[in-house]
Design a protein around this ligand. Structure first.
Ligand SMILES: NC(=O)c1ccc[n+]([C@@H]2O[C@H](COP(=O)([O-])OP(=O)(O)OC[C@H]3O[C@@H](n4cnc5c(N)ncnc54)[C@H](O)[C@@H]3O)[C@@H](O)[C@H]2O)c1
Length: 429
């Protein structure tokens, strides 16, 4: 199982060399686009035109400019028309290229986009990612990539197909594209603190936004608008937010954990069915443990960070910890153009253009599954093992645990609103 970040630093000179030698058209093998004498453009399509989707499209355009390539937005799609039109206005996209509704992703998948950006709430990601890979698209997809174990496994499987097809897959776990994290991970991998034995990871922050249901509003529309309140849409905040730190732990340790045991609770929320806090012990085997903590409550002490203790020193995710590094490791100068959220698109496009695509599907699926494993343990009060989520032959109920409404329910119009202001009770769930 690969946990390596195989991004590469590609200078503009390397890029131009690669593009000249092979031409963009031959490199965008699945797109059929033509790049002649600088007249060709990378065609982009976006599914999910919210805050991050609209931002990610801009990040991708900036990354292409940095690499000296032109882009063209060939499709925008959002569940809500007004969201699509807002992005259309921002990027000057004509109305005939704009789509809305629960199955609007199909318009982008069927368009001539070379690269699709999947930035809806995460419950839709497996359905959209499978369709994109099937259609031969290169993909940027935001984290997390699923809300339940079957969903995370669908991403793993589609990621394998993407690899077979030579498609690029880059995820919004942007710390893997952030120079300071890459340098620290490089030092840890090269023995700066010996072997990681323990650690603590935190996303303890204020509450996020929430929406209340409008009179007469359908269950589906309400759940899409208020998606950060429902486990069925977001995976709960351990999955939706804290998976960034969980991903760093998996990356630095080099594999996902073997088991999770945790707890959590709901204290202040009014809508939806999520918890407000989680505390989870992740057991990585061989006596290596990571304590994960996340909380979304106002007026408390905040910390968003990672800390690892090795046999010979300690580190934060971003550099030496209080005990320092036992060995002075010289890390390379990793590129970070305009921050990690642009750099991840530089790495996506550079990989496509130089014929050496990046495929982060496995890493992001595993980190999503790790967060889901912690959530299941907290909701149920049980010890949950990685193998129970991955190996059907063990017959664990967690293996097939599917939350509903599913993405398909939204497409088929069969959404039933889960009960609100109620949360799982451990020992009974
Ligand atoms: N990497 C990061 O740092 C980062 C930061 C913010 C958000 N995110 C992730 O990005 C994703 C989106 O978050 P956001 O903040 O943009 O949320 P948002 O609510 O602002 O936007 C989500 C958009 O998706 C649309 N949508 C919902 N269902 C859809 C469907 N089936 N088809 C098409 N469109 C649909 C919504 O109408 C909305 O416009 C989430 O997975 C979130 O975790 C990542």
């Amino acid at each position: 199982m690969s946990q390596k970040n195989n991004t590469q630093k590609l200078s503009r000179r390397d890029f131009v060399k690669g593009a000249t030698a092979l031409s963009l058209s031959s490199l965008l093998a699945n797109s059929g686009s033509v790049y002649a004498s600088g007249s060709e453009k990378i065609k982009l399509g976006l599914v999910g035109c919210g805050e991050r989707g609209s931002g990610a499209l801009g990040n991708c355009i900036d990354a292409a400019k940095h690499l000296g390539v032109e882009t063209e937005v060939v499709g925008l799609a959002d569940y809500f028309e007004h969201r699509t039109m807002k992005a259309a206005e921002r990027y000057g996209v004509s109305p005939e290229l704009c789509h809305c509704g629960p199955d609007c992703y199909k318009q982008i998948i069927n368009s001539d986009a070379d690269v699709v950006l999947l930035v809806t709430p995460p419950n839709f990601r497996p359905l959209h990612f499978e369709a994109a890979v099937e259609a031969g698209k290169h993909v940027f997809m935001e984290k997390p990539v699923a809300v339940d174990p079957p969903g995370a496994r669908r991403i793993l499987k589609a990621g394998e197909l993407a690899a077979e097809k030579g498609l690029a897959v880059v995820a919004g776990t942007q710390r893997r594209h952030q120079a300071v994290y890459r340098q620290t991970q490089y030092c840890v991998e090269n023995n700066a603190i010996g072997k990681i034995k323990a650690g603590r990871i935190w996303w303890c922050m204020r509450s996020l936004w929430h929406k209340t249901r409008e009179p007469g509003e359908s269950a589906a529309d309400y759940m899409v608008r208020n998606w950060v309140s429902f486990t069925e849409m977001s995976g709960d905040h351990i999955v939706e937010q804290h998976m960034h730190q969980i991903d760093v732990a998996n990356w630095f340790i080099g594999k996902p954990p073997e088991a999770a045991m945790g707890f959590g609770g709901r204290a202040r929320r009014k809508t939806g069915n999520q918890y407000d806090f989680f505390s989870v012990d992740y057991d990585y085997g061989n006596d290596v443990h990571i304590h994960s903590m996340c909380r979304q409550i106002d007026g408390c002490y905040n910390r968003v960070s990672e800390h690892f203790v090795g046999t010979e020193g300690s580190t934060w995710g971003t550099g030496p910890g209080p005990d320092g590094f036992a060995r002075d490791v010289k890390a390379p100068e990793f590129e970070e153009y305009q921050g990690p959220q642009v750099q991840e698109h530089v790495n996506l496009l550079a990989g496509i253009l130089n014929g050496n695509v990046l495929n982060e599907a496995e890493n992001v699926a595993n980190s999503t599954m790790t967060a889901i494993m912690g959530r299941i343990s907290a909701y149920t009060g049980q010890l949950v093992r990685w193998r129970e989520l991955m190996d059907e032959s063990l017959g664990s109920p967690w293996y097939s645990l599917k939350v509903s409404p599913t993405a398909e329910d939204f497409v088929n119009g069969t959404v039933v609103l889960p009960e609100e202001d109620i949360a799982p009770v451990p020992g009974r769930a």
